[in-house]
Design a protein around this ligand. Sequence first.
Ligand code: GNR
Ligand code: NI
Length: 171
Amino acid sequence: MAIRPILIIPDARLRAVADHIVEVDEEIKALAKDMLDTMYDAPGIGLAAPQIGVMKRIVVMDLAAEGETPTPLVMINPEITKFGEEIQVTEEGCLSIPELYYEVERPSTVTVKYTDLDGQEVSKDAEGKLAVCIQHELDHLDGVLYIDYLSRLKRDRVIKKFDKQAKLAAR
Ligand code: GNR
Ligand code: NI
């Protein structure tokens, strides 16, 4: 079990595009396990590899409520193949933008295609919070953060706050 440090904005790795995974080997399985350990420890409902500085297209999630049986989900090279028409508004947070929460509009339903830890291709329909989490995590693989969907005023305020903190921490 290894809990890895979670990167905070403005770390440039959170803005980079992650690489396609060619083979689901032991290294990827160990990475998935570390990501789940890190996510449960945080705690969070999802984590994308770039958040721990690994630029690979893998995300983990678990939407089970606290005290319930865990339902870990690992998606390798995930792609959304269909967005539903309906839009839902959900309050989102991000472990890489700690302690802030803002409402975001996203499609209510998605279909996601991915490779699982057994190397099998899977297609899954999702709605509600899972659909939000999938979209949030997949965005991380392309360097997109939920604050990118806020008004410029709100986004700039968030970015300024963390830029300031990073400068203070660096001196
Ligand atoms: O733990 C998390 N909670 C959350 C809540 C609403 C919408 C998305 C999320 S994902 C977040 C963990 C995280 O930052 N994943 O990238
Ligand atoms: Ni996030």
